[in-house]
Design a protein. Structure first.
Length: 119
């Protein structure tokens, strides 16, 4: 299984980024997809999740109203639109795959994509 995250970068506070993650290596039909993030010295934390149908979405309180998660099941890809970014959003972002919703932990981890928000 491979989870390839992309779309990170350096952005000023108030700016936007769109992350993408393509999952491959097996079928993910019926699985929830999501995003976690991690900063040095801290545990990886949940950011957003979306169930298989896309009708159910879940967000961390810190990103509610600023981030939007979506998915394209034909491409096994999950997206995270991040608006009004804050320095506290800085970290390595990882996509997550889970049989459960809400997502508590990921069944697989891939390489993350780095997001840096400057003040």
């Amino acid at each position: 299984v491979q989870l390839q995250a992309s779309g990170g970068g350096l952005v000023q506070a108030g700016g936007s980024l769109r992350l993408s993650c393509a999952a491959s290596g097996r079928t993910f039909r019926g699985y929830s997809l999501g995003w976690f993030r991690q900063t040095p010295g801290k545990e990886r934390e949940f950011v957003a999740g979306i169930n298989w149908s896309g009708y159910r979405k879940d967000y961390a309180d810190s990103v509610q109203g600023r981030f939007a998660i979506s998915r394209d099941n034909a491409k096994d890809t999950v997206y995270l639109q991040m608006n009004n970014l804050k320095p506290g959003d800085t970290g390595d972002y990882y996509c997550a795959v889970s049989r459960d919703f809400p997502i508590i932990r990921s069944d697989y981890w891939g390489q993350g994509t780095q997001v840096t928000v400057s003040s």
